[in-house]
Design a protein around this ligand. Structure first.
Ligand code: GTP
Ligand code: MG
Length: 316
């Protein structure tokens, strides 16, 4: 008899495919626990699956959910296992507690040419360094949605970091996503790649641009947020399941309603603010200087530092 697949996420439930799972998440039912406490009729109403299927899904979710009890000591050990990737700038590393961390999503937002992509390149190189040099001796999955991945730039930065440049390129798997579907699929199908290639960093550059062009107008806003929500949820699952770092970039849009302060807000607004563990706001200063503001972090106080985008890469 075929052994049934362990039920770990919504998609593993009988009768629940990616589309139905997305509808559930859109309705706030984003975990097995939440499915387990639903009336089948409600589930059926939300997703359009028939009640018989809904009943089976709820039953399977009940079976699969166990209360996750861990001692505080276990949690502490898990936290101690968190790895960090240096950004190339000591000041920035310090600001965010030692580099961007695993089992977390770090979001960087800013206007065009603020350095979001350059910082991504530097992290893609630094992730490959040994731990003692600020890396995780791991490989990288780079989801490029804007066609701005530049291997030459990786070569320059890798050389400066003392890595074999061919190997450094080999260690970065690049997915060029041309639509939000392809972008989402890249994350949905990443499990095998992550295991085979020891991926310790996933970069999504940019997280939001394809969604922004594909879902235009007020009517599409809801769908856009639902899909983005589901995509980010998937990234968070990967970060946690494989203890890897996720770095996403986001453009800012002008907020004409705001009269004081910096009139820009990240695309995607609140959904991202809740999902990202660390949010950094990058803005241009003189020449190669950039100001980085730590906007939100569970461990660190808000603060700012200055980095430089030099020919060799990100520096203090
Ligand atoms: P968008 O994707 O357009 O929103 O911008 P971004 O925030 O990703 O900006 P990006 O990281 O591409 O930064 C662009 C800036 O980095 C340029 O204006 C340059 O100042 C700098 N830069 C880019 N490439 C190089 C390079 O090869 N050498 C040096 N020294 N600086 C570079
Ligand atoms: Mg960019």
């Amino acid at each position: 008899m075929a052994k049934e697949k362990a039920v770990k996420e919504l998609e593993d439930l009988p009768g629940i495919g990616p589309t139905t799972a997305e509808k559930l998440r859109g309705a706030g039912i984003d975990s097995l626990d939440k499915v387990a406490t639903q009336f089948p009729s409600n589930l059926s109403e939300i997703t359009g699956i028939n009640e018989e299927t809904a009943k089976k899904a709820v039953a399977a979710a009940r079976e699969a959910t166990t209360l996750n009890v861990e001692s505080a000591k276990q949690l502490k050990e898990k936290r101690d296992d968190i790895g960090r990737i240096s950004t190339g700038s000591k000041d920035l590393d310090e600001l965010i507690g030692g580099g961007i961390e695993t089992d977390a999503i770090t979001e960087v937002y800013g206007r065009f040419a603020s350095g979001k992509t350059q910082l991504g390149f530097q992290l893609a190189v630094n992730a490959q360094l040994p731990r003692k040099d600020g890396g995780l001796a791991g490989n990288v999955l780079f989801i490029d949605t804007e066609g701005t991945f530049r291997p030459e730039r990786i070569v320059t930065m890798a050389k400066k970091a003392g890595l074999d440049t061919d190997q450094a390129l080999e260690n970065i798997s690049v997915v060029r996503a041309l639509s939000s579907e392809q972008q989402m699929l890249a994350a949905e199908r990443a499990d095998n790649l992550i295991k085979e290639k020891n991926i310790r960093l996933i970069i999504v550059d940019s997280l939001t641009s394809l969604f922004r062009v594909e879902f235009l107008g007020r009517g599409a806003l809801n769908e856009r947020q639902q899909k983005l929500n589901s995509h980010i949820h998937r990234l968070a699952v990967l970060a946690n399941r494989y203890n890897l770092a996720v770095y996403v970039t986001n453009q800012v849009m002008d907020n004409p309603g705001m009269m004081f302060g910096d009139p820009t807000t990240p695309i995607g607004g609140n959904i991202l603010a809740h999902a990202a563990t660390t949010m950094l706001y990058l803005r241009k200063s003189k020449e190669e200087k950039r100001i980085v503001r730590l906007v939100d972090s569970p461990l660190k106080q808000e603060g700012e530092c200055v980095i430089k985008i030099t020919p060799d890469g990100i520096k203090d």
